[in-house]
Design a protein around this ligand. Structure first.
Ligand code: C5P
Length: 237
């Protein structure tokens, strides 16, 4: 499937149209950003790792009955996906306290959250992705009640599937962000799942193996991503 024109350039991916109006190509670049894109760096192999990681995870979710936009892997850095009408709200599931939750509530990092939390953030870099809730979605018309309920259900289901996969690989799925869209009226998982948008800690040492290595200038970002990919069985060759 040939790329036609650039549709959108995000912080780590570029989206292209194809001859088929229902399909897009996602290209994973080596760019890594923090602070809403104020800090950007390139890391060799990162686009390839995240592309294959995302493809692997989306396949697992699809097998578990979660509808995803994934069609197929096209190359090291590209996948073919369904074109979704994206919902401008990000869904976050938290199994342990970290990041903005620790900042907001002052709870201890690593605190087990039972039941896991479900947070919503408006996708708007200029406003620094403000936290919102279900009534905001309805009042401002970002997503209707029925579709939001489905997004929440699919987020928790994703958490069950992925907590098991990472748990079996000696990793704790601390938290993660998902984005959904509509395809012919159905809620479908879009965007990506990678260590860029999730927190993964080694179960024993609690070492951070995700984008916090970049956000917190810990070093060893690519080595950590490769290790996580290897542990869950992603083929990076
Ligand atoms: O920053 P915060 O602690 O709220 O992030 C929760 C989870 O969502 C983290 O795994 C983070 O990587 C992800 N996230 C993201 N994109 C954002 C905000 C958060 O991928 N814009």
């Amino acid at each position: 499937m040939q790329k036609l024109a650039e549709l959108y350039r995000g912080k780590a991916k570029t989206v292209y149209t194809t001859e088929n109006p229902d399909l897009l190509v996602l290209e994973f670049r080596n760019d890594t950003s923090a602070l809403d894109g104020e800090r950007i760096e390139q890391f060799d192999r990162k686009g390839m790792i995240n592309n294959k990681f995302n493809h692997f995870i989306m396949q697992k979710l699809e097998e578990a009955g979660i509808p995803t936009q994934m069609e197929r892997l096209l190359s090291d850095n590209e996948v073919l996906v369904k074109k979704l009408d994206m919902v401008p709200v990000e869904c976050v599931i938290r199994n342990r306290a970290a990041g903005s939750l620790v900042k907001r509530l002052g709870v201890e990092e690593g605190l087990v959250l039972n039941p896991p939390l479900f947070d919503l953030f408006l996708k708007d870099d200029a406003k620094h992705d403000p936290m919102v809730n279900e009534s905001y979605c309805k009042t401002f018309g970002w997503v209707n009640e029925e579709n939001l309920a489905r997004m929440k259900e699919l987020s928790y289901k994703t958490n069950d599937v992925l907590s098991k996969i990472f748990g079996d690989a000696g990793l704790i799925l601390v938290d993660f962000k998902l984005e959904f869209g509509l395809f012919k009226g159905e809620v479908v998982l879009g965007d990506e799942f990678s260590p860029d948008g999730s927190r993964l800690w080694d179960s024993k040492s609690l070492e951070k193996m995700d984008k916090d290595r970049y956000r917190q200038s810990l070093g060893g970002l690519i080595e950590a991503y490769e290790e996580v990919a290897k542990r869950i069985g992603v083929n990076l060759d």
